[in-house]
Design a protein around this ligand. Sequence first.
Ligand SMILES: [Mg+2]
Length: 401
Amino acid sequence: MGRELRIRRITVHRYTWEMRDLGVDYNGFNTVYEPGARRTATGHVLTIETDAGITGEFAGGDTNSYAQVGMVARYLLGKNPLERERLYNDMKRAMRKLDRMGMGPIDIALWDIAGKVYSAPIYELLGGWRQTLPAYASTLHGDRVARGGLSSPEAFADFALRCKEEFGYPAFKIHGWGKDPREQGYIEREMATVLEVRKRVGPGMDFMIDPACEYDTWAETLKVGKACDEAGFLWYEDPFKDGGISAFAHKKLRELIKTPLLLGEHVRTLEPHVDFVLAGGTDFIRADAYYDCGITGLMKIAHAAEGLGLDVEIHAPGPAHRHCMAAIRNTNYYELGLVHPSVPGNKPPIYADDYSDLLDAVDRQGHVPVPQGPGMGVTLDWEYVRRHDAGKTVYEHDERA
Ligand SMILES: [Mg+2]
């Protein structure tokens, strides 16, 4: 018989924090540098308590994903948290009409419980491959702030060079500008940025561009793709307004440009990722534990990619992603972001230890470490969360049920 633990209580803790020097661009969607701006943001921590006195924690997620947590909380109460594969499959079926974003926080907290039960960091349980992770500096979107901003191809090139020389980053990713319809020469500026970073930095740094689905047309996408070819970019990610989900459009694009594509950030969960690759829609495969059903879901995608002989690239930073990347052979870079030359901190200070995903979190080789304690291996600053408390939702096991 295996271990018999039971889930007793699930709590979604909300807190608020003040974002500084960050605003939004023309349509309100992209976060960009705005000197002097103040915004109140809401953060979340999910805790899953067990009858063994062990609690799983996950910091992150948003209001939409926690609405889905509410949908499966009653199912989870009383279940054995160590049966992640069963819980994954049951929740996946229950959420078949949704995008399943709520599964990520739950599954990651379950892995934290497992690591604490077995007294091992998660990456060891997954199968260790490496202890440090090469990172790329992933920028905030281009802005329109002339002094200290990322407002021109030259500003991106300056920042790329600084990331390489001052911090040791081996790679750099551009998030270009939001496509403000009032501006002329939008695509030409994107192309110029691609060419300028390579010209300024020269060889010896990998470059990527992620327009985050801003380009209006496939023809504009092709133009920037040809600039990527000329500048020898490592990948071209989610370029245009299909929303990163048309395998056919990207298959046609791959026939005309040489730069590898990276799609999959907006394709949810294991099976659609595999279908997208088999349809010829991408070269690198994107995966994210928060979006793709947790560490369990991400590792399934990573191993599916391995079986196809391809690389998976993990989206966005965070301790769960460090553990996954430390246990995957077929992957290249940790996404450290979003960074900007004039914004030193754009994340809430919720870790009481030295865990950080800010610009200066890398060592001289441009690597980040893998947390080494049991489970997630990070220490949440609960005092900070309580001081900034904005309410909580509690789901509890009823013994009579
Ligand atoms: Mg992206």
